[in-house]
Design a protein around this ligand. Structure first.
Ligand SMILES: CSCCC(=O)C(=O)COP(=O)(O)O
Ligand SMILES: [Mg+2]
Length: 232
């Protein structure tokens, strides 16, 4: 018996969030974030003379609006899951040792991997837009639980392009991809991101799994096998 997906889309490109969409929220919250918190002070001390790290610490103080200890500020932001660009940049640098040292691998749901491989095989370009820095995204897929998946993606964006809840970010991404924004299909677990993407004219799908509650305003899946994505 063949399974008929509930949803079908003809697309020119697919845009993907990572955490909560193709990857487990608990992996990010329970493995990646604690690792970055535990290694933050040591990393900053070990890179005291690194201009990139000095720039991150300056940006941290500037965003916090005071001259306090940047390590304490960053730790606080990890606890709040704040998607602050300096935090995301330094987390990527810290996680590199965890990936390269085999401490963890980037989690990806099996159904998501199977769908991404099929869409890539069908010639549909796949792009990633995550709060995690582009550097950290590339590491994530290079050292994934399913092996090196970096070849699947045609491009990556982080919040350098703008916040994920701002329609202008999606307009910029759509312009960079080219073509009709309505032919770009964006998957995310976060309704605020989906609203912003819709306002920019993108098609959207809400991914509802783990702790993500259903929303009701968007086409919704809990398994990528439920969506048929065709090149068109
Ligand atoms: C590149 S994986 C690191 C995930 C992360 O730090 C994060 O904040 C994920 O946010 P997303 O925009 O992918 O939901
Ligand atoms: Mg997400």
């Amino acid at each position: 018996m063949t399974h008929t997906p509930d949803l079908g889309f003809d697309v020119a490109a697919v845009l993907l969030d990572i955490e909560g969409t193709i990857a487990s929220q608990s992996f990010v919250a329970d493995v990646l974030f604690p690792y970055s918190a535990a290694h933050l002070a040591g990393f900053v001390a070990a890179h005291a003379d690194d201009p990139e790290v000095a720039e991150i610490l300056d940006a941290t103080r500037a965003l916090a609006g005071h001259d306090g200890d940047p390590v304490a500020i960053l730790r606080g932001w990890i606890g709040e899951d704040r998607k602050a660009p300096p935090l995301k940049t330094i987390q990527g640098l810290i996680w590199e040792s965890g990936y390269r040292g085999g401490v963890f691998r980037g989690h990806i749901w099996d159904d998501a991997r199977i769908a991404l491989e099929a869409w890539n095989g069908a010639g549909i370009p796949l792009y990633v837009y995550s709060s995690g820095s582009v550097f950290c995204q590339r590491l994530y897929f290079q050292f994934s639980t399913a092996g090196d998946l970096g070849h699947l993606f045609s491009g990556h964006w982080d919040t350098e392009i703008g916040p994920k809840i701002d329609p202008e970010s999606y307009e910029r991404i759509a312009a960079a991809i080219g073509g009709d924004p309505a032919r770009i299909l964006f998957f995310s677990d976060n309704p605020r991101e989906l609203i912003a993407a819709q306002a920019a004219g993108l098609a959207v799908v809400h991914v509802v799994r783990e702790a993500t509650p259903p929303d009701g305003r968007f086409p919704e899946i809990s398994d990528f096998g439920a969506v048929a994505v065709r090149k068109g």
